[in-house]
Design a protein around this ligand. Structure first.
Ligand code: G6P
Length: 571
């Protein structure tokens, strides 16, 4: 059998440009580019751009699209007619990939709707629902460096494919021949025939109308003197947010102009990730010049959002747990004040997100349900329950900076949150409070919660195995105490068993390689391998009477967990 490198080098479907790149590769580069097929997993596909089976390029994208097209074909004529919608953000090759996917899917007889210019992930999610398509795709690598791109696949409800459907798609893709053997389809032919249609302004406007419904009190925008700085970090959300802020009459709005236009090179940021302090650098400069109280940064595909709040002469960043708790509390208290808090209201968070969310929800008589890490699990819950007339989705969030206020989108939606967070900051400003004061008020009322996330990178071919073995070892030899605090409950999501002194019970969440320890003083520790990076993640949460105590304790427990896991990973 010909090796894949030779097969690609001689394939009629590999263009001259790529053939030259193949020729120029060192032996090491070849090995890395061809030693496996870039995995299409339950979260889609993400990787470095370039030639090879282990890279993202027109051929590997074609292969993934072919698998998706074949999967849609197996779902029957109605699914094909309902069609497939595609959006992309501002990554290198995104437009080319979007057209490649469109052609391949159209070639299978499926109707295709396509955005011509960058749009956000939540708008893609909304578009699946608005156009009633059978599936959809977002082409993005979220906040990864410029050399990456990726594909995320959505089901008919607008959420990322659930585990069962994703598995079926993955199985079809895995059975396909090599990417270099697959014939391309003609984009122009299907565009001319109308099987591929461009979409745009009408859906943009509809989506923006929907976003405005997230606001409780539009008049607040006209009366507030709150000063807000916004940056999309060179991503896809800039245009939409600018229009929304203008439209809502948010007077003191300032945009980081050098970062407003979509740019695949992200030239003015070290990391286009609102979790990183560095992402706020330009926003902080503008904020200082304009005396802004609030800085908002949205990641390139517009699904995650970070905040920085003015504290004296500096800005303090809020993390996902803090922003999420504030937003949840704001939504629930606004409903309560207006008498619109429904009796069957439900909120969601992930199992690695702060327990403060549960305490807040319960104080309003709202159920807080936990799901596995990944926003698709929140989307799945909304779908499972929405037919029930007694059910109302009130809020969903996760510590990794993802939030959803209203379910017209079914993925985390930073655009919704931008308007909600500005309203929230204006609301507190009216009371003479910053968002930091508001957070302190939550701690006073509900207890001081503090969380910490430690990510340990374990790279290389053996990295994933090393992580797996370490977690196996934790299961075999679970600690009786962590940092001197007794373990009360162990939840193992792999065996789906919850063990405590009272006995064992089954956990009702999908199987996942995750272990969570609950300690006698309310502290919890959760361990899981990252699904998107070569990392193992340790999440720690504590609840104490004072902020100082909470801060101290979270550090003690984190230190203990880090050294303990070091021995398990044999680092
Ligand atoms: O922790 P990882 O598996 O790397 O995933 C990182 C993040 O990816 C997505 O944004 C998911 O919605 C999050 O739940 C997750 O935290």
């Amino acid at each position: 059998m010909t090796d894949p490198y030779t097969s690609w080098s001689t394939s009629p479907f590999v263009d001259e440009d790529m053939k030259q790149q193949l020729q120029a590769m060192s032996l090491e580069e070849r090995q890395d580019a061809f030693y496996q097929n870039l995995e299409f997993g339950t979260g889609g596909m993400r990787g470095v751009l370039g030639p090879g089976t282990n890279r993202l390029n027109l051929l590997t994208v074609r292969r993934a699209a072919r698998g998706i097209a074949q999967y849609i074909e197996t779902q029957g004529e109605a699914a094909k007619q309902r069609g497939f919608v595609i959006a992309f953000d501002n990554r290198r090759m995104s437009k080319e990939f979007s057209r490649e996917v469109a052609s391949v899917v159209a070639d299978a007889g499926v109707r295709v709707y396509l955005y011509e210019e960058p749009r956000t992930t939540p708008q893609l999610s909304y578009s699946v629902r608005a156009l009633n398509t059978f599936m959809g795709m977002m082409i993005t690598a979220s906040h990864n460096p410029p050399e990456y791109n990726g594909l995320k696949v959505y089901g008919e409800d607008g959420a990322q494919l659930n585990l069962e459907d994703a598995k079926q798609v993955v199985d079809v893709i895995n059975q396909l021949d090599g990417a270099e053997t697959l014939e391309p389809a003609s984009f122009q032919t299907y565009l001319n025939s109308g099987r591929i249609q461009f979409i745009g302004e009408k859906l943009d406007q509809e989506y923006q109308q929907q976003v405005k419904t997230v606001v409780f009190d539009k008049e607040l925008f006209q009366t507030t003197d709150l000063r807000v700085v916004f940056t999309p970090l060179h991503g896809a959300s800039g245009g939409t947010v600018r229009l929304l802020m203008e439209d809502l009459g948010i007077t003191n709005r300032y945009f980081v102009e050098s970062q407003m236009e979509p740019d695949p090179e992200f030239p003015t940021v070290v990391s286009a990730n609102p979790e990183d302090h560095s992402a706020f650098e330009k926003a902080m400069e503008l904020g200082a010049a304009k005396q802004a109280e609030l800085l908002i940064a949205v990641d390139p595909d517009g699904d995650r959002v970070g905040l920085a709040v003015r504290d004296g002469q500096e800005y303090k960043l809020l993390n996902g747990n803090e922003t999420g708790a504030l937003a949840l509390h704001f939504v629930l208290s606004q409903h309560q004040q207006r008498g619109t808090l429904p009796s069957g209201g439900v909120a969601y968070k992930t199992i690695v997100t702060s327990e403060l969310g549960r305490v807040i929800a319960e104080s309003f008589g709202v159920e807080m349900e936990d799901v596995l890490t990944g926003f698709k699990f929140i989307g799945e819950k909304i779908r499972e329950n929405e037919a029930n007339p007694d059910y109302t989705f009130l809020f969903g969030y996760e510590e990794s900076y993802g939030y959803l206020a209203k379910p017209f989108a079914r993925d985390k939606d930073a655009v919704q949150l931008v308007v909600l967070l500005v309203e929230m900051a204006a609301h507190y400003k009216q009371k003479g409070m910053t968002l930091l004061d508001a957070l302190d008020a939550l701690y006073t009322k509900y207890g001081a919660f503090k969380e910490k996330l430690i990510s340990v990178t374990v790279k290389g071919a053996g990295g994933a195995k090393q992580i797996k073995h370490a977690l196996e070892d934790v299961r075999k030899n679970p600690p009786e105490a962590i940092a001197g605090i007794s373990v009360e409950v162990i939840e193992d999501y792999l065996s789906q068993v919850r063990k405590s002194q009272q006995g064992s019970e089954k956990l009702h969440l999908p199987e996942a390689d995750v272990i969570k320890f609950m300690l006698t003083d309310g502290t919890w520790v959760c361990l899981r391998p990252s699904g998107t990076e070569p990392k193992v993640k340790y999440y720690i949460g504590v609840r104490k009477d004072s902020k100082e105590q909470a801060l101290k304790n979270v550090e003690i427990v984190s230190g203990w967990v880090e050294s303990w896991m070091k021995t398990k990973l044999e680092l």
